[in-house]
Design a protein around this ligand. Structure first.
Ligand SMILES: C[S@@+](CC[C@H](N)C(=O)[O-])C[C@H]1O[C@@H](n2cnc3c(N)ncnc32)[C@H](O)[C@@H]1O
Length: 398
């Protein structure tokens, strides 16, 4: 089956990317924004003067690789990144993107991530959209665990079943129809059949999956994959544990927080509560988060000391404007809406969050004493981190 996966990604490297576009934009995403890595794996206080040794396991056409290399280069932080993938055509595109940006510090390897330890050890491993395509994801996870340096961590994305409703029956049908046809013939078949799906086919009703409309590579990856095993959140947490990882830190914990939906029965454990929340949300298409090895857990960053440097995703100034007008803040994660009403006094604080000032500098600049500041910040920290909007990192401090 690994051969089938390799031929797919050689024929349709994923995601479809044109190195020329590097001149126009930087693709930003999760996992693997360095700020997010710091927040979830290093309590927001990694010493970025130390070299950051990273592996991108199943790097594809290079989104995570380019994001990390570009942000670390711009921040003048030392790094060495190893890109590892089975597909040579995906690697060519990733190489061309790195060259287009004139970035260095990257080693390209064509190979299997089950041999990751041969190239390590690593302080950080990105594995995004890959493990659910392995014949045995557990073997892959254990191999990544073995490639981590002490106190290192993993950033992951794996597919989730309920939010991808309609996808799996189509993958099965196309596999039965033309199991041995070439990737090009299979794509042609799918393009011919898709318009015949009735209006109420679960796939047509699922407005949250759209990869098939972006590119041939997207269509192939979504509907023609021959090795795609999604994880419910409880199955994923157990798989992590089996491989030696601790309980993960999810980028949007609020998606899995059952208490935000309904009271949690007293005797329900944390993983079961997350699993029930996933079923009630119904739209989660992917699980994205970070994990350290068991015994090396660190608390995610929090405002324990005012030397922490907060980051707000999106435009903090616009958010401050909305807060000052008394508006309810609205966020959306994977199709789940979150509303947040914060005191108008928070506007002066949020408007000063720029990823460089520490909490104490923000307090001073807003002319608030530490106690008054802390009172307002305490109301912001929990909800904003639950929605994945607030993180902490000192990476951009001189
Ligand atoms: C869906 S793509 C994801 C690419 C990239 N991580 C991203 O998120 O944009 C999966 C990639 O994993 C690679 N891959 C699959 N199995 C692998 C394995 N055992 N070892 C290394 N790479 C693998 C494929 O060749 C493909 O490029």
């Amino acid at each position: 089956m690994t051969d089938t996966v390799t031929s797919q990604y050689n024929a349709y490297p994923y995601p479809a990317r044109d190195p020329k576009d590097e001149a126009k934009r930087l693709v930003i995403g999760s996992p693997s924004h360095p700020v997010e890595i710091d927040h979830h794996l290093f309590s927001g206080s990694r010493d970025w003067s130390q070299p950051f040794r990273a592996l991108v396991a199943g790097g594809g056409t290079g989104d995570a690789l380019v994001q990390m290399a570009q942000i670390l280069t711009s921040a003048k932080r030392p790094y060495e990144i190893t890109y590892l993938d089975l597909s040579t055509s995906a690697r060519e595109i990733a190489e061309a993107r790195i060259a287009a940006r004139g970035l260095s510090g990257v080693r390209f390897v064509t190979g299997d991530l089950t041999q990751a330890a041969e190239h390590g050890p690593f302080d950080y491993i990105d594995c995004c959209g890959v493990l659910h395509h392995l014949p045995d994801p557990g073997v892959g996870l254990s191999a990544l665990a073995a490639a981590l340096a002490p106190r290192g961590g993993l950033g992951f994305m794996v597919y989730a079943p309920y939010g991808r409703s309609g996808v799996y029956p189509l993958q099965e049908a196309f596999s039965s129809l033309a199991p041995d046809a070439s990737p090009e013939e299979r794509l042609k078949l799918a393009k011919a059949v898709l318009p015949t799906l009735p209006e109420h086919h679960p796939f047509r009703r699922n407005g949250l999956v759209g990869d098939h409309m972006q590119s041939d590579a997207g269509l192939y990856d979504l509907l023609l994959h021959q090795q795609d095993m999604p994880f419910t959140i409880d199955a994923w947490v157990h798989a992590l544990e089996e491989a030696g990882f601790a309980h993960p830190s999810m980028i949007t914990p609020g998606l899995y927080d059952l208490s935000m939906i309904t009271p949690v029965p007293e005797d329900m454990d944390q993983v079961m509560a997350m699993a029930v929340a996933e079923k009630l949300r119904g739209v989660i298409r992917k699980h994205v988060g970070y994990a350290t090895l068991k015994g090396q857990e660190r608390a995610p960053a929090g405002p324990l000391t005012l030397s922490e440097v907060p980051h707000i995703s999106g435009n903090a100034k616009d958010m401050a404007k909305a807060i000052s007008k008394g508006a309810t803040l609205k966020f959306n994660a994977q199709g789940v809406g979150f509303n947040l009403k914060v005191p108008q006094s928070a506007a002066a604080i949020i408007g000063r969050v720029d990823g460089r000032r520490s909490l104490s500098e923000i307090a001073t600049s807003a002319k608030l004493d530490p106690i008054a500041f802390q009172r307002v910040w305490d109301k912001l920290h929990d909800p904003l981190t639950k929605m994945g909007v607030l993180t902490y990192s000192r990476i951009f401090r001189a």
